[in-house]
Design a binder for this molecule. Structure first.
Ligand code: A5P
Length: 233
C-alpha cells in the first residue's frame, strides 16, 4: 500500500466517523494522522455552522483544532463526552481491544476515552490484527524519576522495553513523562497484563485500550477502490 493509498483509507474512515457528529455534542478529538483528518473534516463542518465543544487529546491536536476554530473545553475540564473519534495502532478484530500510544498521547487519550459515552476508532486496514502484539510495540507511559528502575521492572517481566527517543533525547509526553516501548510477540491475556502493568510503581498508564471502542471504522481497498468496513463491539 502506498502512502497515498493509506491516506485515502484514513480519510475515508475519518470522514465517515464525522458524519456521526451532531450540533450540541461534546466531541473528543483524538491524536495521530487519522484522527487529525477527522479534526480537519470537523473543522470544515464547524465553518459551515456545526456547533460542538471539542476536547483534544494532545497539544498537537489542540493546536490543529484551534487553527480550524473548533471551540475547545479548557484543559483542566474534561466534561462528559458524547463521542470521541480517535485512531489506533492495532485493533484486535474479534474483541476491538487496541494498542495505542505510538504517537505518545496515550494518557490523555485514555482519560478522554474513559469520559466518553461512545468512541469511534478510525483506522486503515493495516491496523486490524488477529492478535495484539508482534510487530507493534506496546507503549507504556512511565514517570521520569527513576525511569531506569521502572524499565528494569518491565524487563524483569520479559517485556523487552526500550526508552522511546526523540532524536538524541528521550521522548517526553505532554504530561512530562517518558515512554517505554515494549516488544511483546503476542498479547494473549490483555486484561491481566494491563492490570499487572498498571500496578507497577512508576507506570503512569498503558497503551492497552481494552473496552473502549464502540465502533471501529476501517478504510479498506476493495477491488482497487477505497471502501469501508465497520466493526461493532
Ligand atoms: C497516539 O498516541 C496514538 O494512540 C494514535 O492514536 C495512533 O498512533 C494512531 O496514529 P495514526 O492514525 O497516525 O496511525
Amino acid at each position: 500500500m502506498t502512502a497515498a493509498d493509506s491516506t485515502a483509507l484514513k480519510r475515508a474512515a475519518a470522514v465517515r466517523a464525522v458524519e456521526e457528529v451532531r450540533s450540541g455534542m461534546v466531541v473528543g478529538l483524538g491524536s495521530g494522522s487519522t484522527a487529525e483528518l477527522a479534526v480537519e473534516a470537523l473543522g470544515r463542518k464547524v465553518e459551515s455552522g456545526l456547533e460542538i465543544l471539542g476536547v483534544p487529546t494532545s497539544e498537537q491536536t489542540r493546536r490543529l483544532a484551534t487553527r480550524f476554530r473548533i471551540p475547545l473545553a479548557p484543559a483542566k475540564e474534561v466534561p462528559v463526552i458524547d463521542l470521541t473519534i480517535d485512531g489506533a495502532d492495532q485493533v484486535e478484530r474479534k474483541t476491538l481491544a487496541m494498542v495505542k500510544g505510538l504517537g505518545g498521547a496515550l494518557l490523555r487519550e485514555k482519560i478522554v476515552a474513559s469520559a466518553s459515552k461512545r468512541m469511534i476508532v478510525v483506522v486503515d486496514q493495516s491496523k486490524i490484527v488477529d492478535n495484539l502484539g508482534g510487530a507493534t510495540p506496546l507503549p507504556i507511559e512511565i514517570v521520569s524519576f527513576g525511569w531506569q528502575r521502572t524499565i528494569g521492572r518491565l524487563a524483569d517481566l520479559g517485556l523487552a522495553p526500550t526508552l522511546r527517543q526523540a532524536g538524541r533525547r528521550p521522548f517526553v509526553t505532554d504530561g512530562g513523562n517518558l515512554i517505554a516501548d515494549c516488544a511483546i510477540p503476542r498479547i494473549d491475556e490483555a486484561k491481566r497484563l494491563d492490570q499487572e502493568l498498571s500496578a507497577l510503581t512508576g507506570v503512569v498508564e498503558t497503551g492497552l485500550f481494552l473496552e473502549f471502542a464502540s465502533t471501529v471504522i476501517v478504510g479498506v481497498i476493495v477491488g482497487g477502490q477505497v471502501g469501508l468496513e465497520e466493526l461493532e463491539r
